[in-house]
Design a protein around this ligand. Structure first.
Ligand code: ADP
Ligand code: MG
Length: 322
């Protein structure tokens, strides 16, 4: 190691992210001292990205820094919570200063844009692996859970899922498209936008919410299951981007939207009687979400087209699946 561990921490980790007045003691001591707002519940989540599993070897370091925070922010968005603080556990094969510069640059830019402070972490050597633990807050008893849906609730998704799967395929040279579409889709995989503003506004409207990380159909199915319901999705209502359609055609685009991973969009349910109020106060065109189906009594997930059930087997990425 060319830099001492101490110098490395001073140089790369002390000034990452936002400065916040609720950080009484940040990077540098044995632990951080943080002041939660009175009356709020602390919300905690953690996610790891491993090289070769969650990102291709040789991925841009700025993207790895952005994504490891984005996936955690997305979990807080799905809870309707606001993020405050992050801790970073970093395992590096070697100290590569240029890599660290770019990695912390990507991490810090996203952290600042959401007013998140990096308050601590751990640095070790080994195969490249990055973990963020995120801490945030939500007013007591207002968090969005997966379990609040009931039969008849309408199912919504934000954004255009499937783009990240298209972007990953382009990164892996498995897909080609116009240079404009390639740029857009790669960006959607490398630099996802966690839907914190939407999650924050959905408190009081959504009965249940989940972030879409492992494929829309699988994750919407998890929400339905946690709510004690089944799921019906309408194939032709699944939103897809022009760019993805231009790259793979509309049929395959909708399949990717249902089964591809790494979208970090929000899937949420709303009582049918509340849909009007939702759409009035959060106009779908401005907020970028649309209705894709319904929760139902019968367990399990189905996809329909023109009123009939279609065969649809893939249900998302499972790390330990076959
Ligand atoms: P300790 O041995 O007490 O765990 P460390 O030497 O691991 O202390 O860390 C010293 C300080 O640097 C701590 O405040 C820790 O939170 C911080 N730190 C270490 N690695 C990182 C990192 N990758 N990102 C942010 N802070 C870090
Ligand atoms: Mg330590």
């Amino acid at each position: 190691m060319s830099l001492s561990e101490f110098a490395l921490i001073e140089r790369y980790f002390r000034k990452v992210g936002a400065m916040r007045t609720d950080v009484e003691l940040g990077v540098g001591d044995d632990a951080a001292l943080l002041q939660s707002p009175p009356g709020a519940q602390l919300v905690a989540a953690i996610d790891t990205l491993n090289e070769g599993v969650h990102f291709p070897p040789g991925s841009p370091p700025a993207s790895i820094g952005h994504r490891v925070l984005a996936v955690n922010l997305s979990d807080l968005a799905a809870m309707g919570a606001r993020p405050s603080w992050a801790l970073l556990a970093l395992t590096l094969p070697k100290v590569d200063e240029r890599w660290l510069e770019e990695f912390t640059g990507g991490l810090s830019a996203l952290a600042r844009s959401h007013d998140v402070a990096l308050v601590g972490g751990d640095t070790t050597s080994g195969p490249l692996s990055v973990t963020i633990q995120i801490l945030g807050h939500v007013a007591k008893s207002t968090a969005l859970l997966r379990s609040g849906g009931r039969p008849g609730d309408k199912v919504f998704v934000s954004g255009t899922p499937g783009d990240a799967a298209g972007g990953l395929a382009i990164e892996q040279s498995k897909l080609q498209a116009s240079s404009e579409a390639e740029r857009y889709l790669r960006k959607r995989f490398l630099y996802p936008s966690p839907r914190l503003a939407l999650g924050d506004c959905l408190r009081g409207y959504a009965t249940a919410c989940i972030d879409v990380s492992d494929g829309l159909m699988g994750d919407a199915g998890k929400l339905a299951h946690a709510s004690g319901c089944g799921l019906e999705l309408v194939f032709d209502d699944v939103p897809v981007s022009e760019e993805l359609v231009s790259a793979v055609g509309v049929e395959r685009a909708r399949e990717l939207a249902l089964t591809g991973g790494d979208d970090y969009e929000l899937c949420f349910t709303v009582r049918p009687s509340e849909v009007g109020r939702l759409q009035h106060n959060l106009p779908p065109g401005r907020w970028g979400y649309c209705c894709i189906g319904t929760l139902r009594e019968a367990p399990g997930s189905i996809v329909t087209r023109g009123g009939s059930v279609i065969e649809f087997s893939h249900s998302g990425y499972d790390h330990f699946g076959a």
